[in-house]
Structures are given as structure tokens and as C-alpha cells.
Write a protein that binds this ligand. Structure first.
Ligand code: GCO
Length: 264
């Protein structure tokens, strides 16, 4: 009998920040592979309800959960409620993130802390409570959404780079502590993707838009759906002995030093 090692039928996947952007594309990928999706968002019930509807229109079994990933008590109770309503979480995708683009010499400490709180402390809190269940069950998959800024610096994104670099090391440390419980912890490092978050630097004619296309060997911005294959791989039994990796999905950015503007 042929089996599909990427099949997620019967699995429960919690994706944070899954109401839009990369989180939604990833959750759709996992849902299309058979998983039931717990959709987290923090802004409003309406936004979550609209997202759940969008998933359901694709035939995906999706349920909404409104909570803030930086609020320990809220995370703790959400994980309990999801367990009760859907079953134990098999797959956790720590996707929720924010960015503030400010030169570091001008950045307010409170803004720096806010970015680290969502992008780094949030994944720690989420994983801590989900791991309790996964350790008991003896299996689980955690996927941390990292960034180019897990490896590279750029003017104005200091807090984000510090948080995403930290998330890469948090991934390795979680893998170190939890692999023996048959929990695989890995990361995905998206390159430059066309989302709301990058809209301000993507407009046609913006020097950054041309810069990214020139800097990316694939010569284009990523489409959020480009992340689905990596996510399904890291969420499925196909990756059962893959621990502590960051899988960069970047059109080749990290493979190259780049090229001068006038070179094709
Ligand atoms: C920026 C971008 C990036 C990303 C992304 C790259 O201002 O440079 O917003 O930081 O969004 O995470 O991988």
C-alpha cells in the first residue's frame, strides 16, 4: 500500500498570527494537507471570524482563538481550551511577529522591548505550554518562523534582527531539550515575501523593491504560498529525524553575496 509521509490527516495544528500574511498561507498549506487548524489572532473577534470563514471556504476544518501570545495566562488557558475542544496540539507554528523600522540610535527602549516580546518571548511562552502536552504524548512538531534577519543585519531593523536571531537559537535549544521526547523543533526562514508587513518597502519604484529583486537570485519577491512545502515537511512525519534546523526559503539570498546593479 502506498502511504503519504506528508499527510497531516487527524493532526491538530495551532498557527499563531494566522488571520493574514505568511501565517495564513502556512496554515492553508497545513490544512490542505489534512490538519485541523486552530487559528490564533490577537486583534479582534471579527478578524478571526473572517479568517476562519476563508479557511472553511477551502474545505479546511478551522477554529478561531483570540489571545495575545505575550500574555502567559492567556496562552495557558488557550492551550487548555484548544485541547478540550479539538484535542492535543500536534503541530505548533510560532508565526506571530511584528517589526518596527527605526534607526537604533533613535529607537525607544519600549519599542525595542515590544518587538522582542512578540517575536521572541511569545514563541517561548507558546512552546512552553504546548510542549507540556507534547512531552506527555511523546510526539510533536514545533516550527518557529525566523527571518533573513536571523542571519543578516539591515539598517533600521535592529530590534527585529535581535529577536529573530534569538529565535534561531531558541529553536536550537528547544531541539536540544525536547528531541528525546520525539518533538522535532525547527525553523523556517522566509526571505523577502510580498505581505502587508513589507508593503511599505515593496511599492514600485521604491529603491528597496529594486534592491531586493536584484539581491535575490530567483529575482522576485516570495509568494506566501511558497512557504507551504517547507511547512508541510516540517509538520509531517517526513521530518521525524530533523532537529534544530532553520530551513531558509529565500530564493537563494543567503547563498550569495549579491551582484552589482548593472549586472544581469
Ligand atoms: C525588512 C523586512 C524584513 C522581513 C523579513 C525578511 O524591513 O527588512 O521587513 O525584515 O520582513 O523577515 O526575512
Amino acid at each position: 500500500m502506498k502511504t503519504d509521509m506528508f499527510d497531516l490527516t487527524g493532526k491538530i495544528a495551532l498557527v499563531t498570527g494566522a488571520t493574514h500574511g505568511l501565517g495564513m498561507a502556512i496554515a492553508k498549506g497545513l490544512g490542505n494537507a489534512g490538519a485541523t487548524i486552530a487559528v490564533n489572532g490577537h486583534s479582534s473577534k471579527e478578524k478571526i471570524a473572517a479568517a476562519v470563514k476563508a479557511y472553511q471556504s477551502l474545505g479546511i476544518n478551522a477554529h478561531g482563538y483570540l489571545f495575545d501570545v505575550t500574555n502567559e495566562e492567556a496562552v495557558k488557558s488557550a492551550v487548555k481550551i484548544i485541547h478540550k475542544e479539538l484535542g492535543g496540539i500536534d503541530i505548533l507554528v510560532n508565526n506571530a511577529g511584528i517589526i518596527k523600522r527605526t534607526p537604533m540610535a533613535d529607537m525607544e527602549v519600549s519599542d525595542f522591548k515590544a518587538v522582542v516580546d512578540v517575536d521572541l518571548v511569545g514563541p517561548f511562552i507558546m512552546s512552553k505550554y504546548v510542549a507540556h502536552d507534547m512531552i506527555k504524548k511523546g510526539s510533536g512538531k514545533i516550527i518557529n518562523i525566523c527571518s533573513m534577519m536571523s542571519e543578516l543585519g539591515r539598517n533600521s531593523v535592529g530590534a527585529y534582527a535581535a529577536a529573530k536571531g534569538g529565535l534561531k537559537m531558541l529553536t536550537r535549544n528547544m531541539a536540544t531539550e525536547w528531541a528525546k521526547h520525539n518533538i522535532q523543533v525547527n525553523g523556517i526562514g522566509p526571505g523577502y515575501f510580498a505581505t502587508e508587513q513589507t508593503a511599505p518597502i515593496r511599492v514600485n519604484g521604491h529603491p528597496f523593491n529594486d534592491f531586493i529583486i536584484n539581491r535575490t537570485p530567483a529575482a522576485r519577491w516570495g509568494d506566501p504560498d511558497d512557504l507551504q512545502g517547507a511547512a508541510i515537511f516540517l509538520a509531517s512525519r517526513a521530518s521525524n529525524f530533523v532537529n534544530g534546523h532553520i530551513l531558509y526559503v529565500d530564493g537563494g539570498i543567503l547563498a550569495t553575496i549579491g551582484k552589482p546593479h548593472n549586472e544581469n
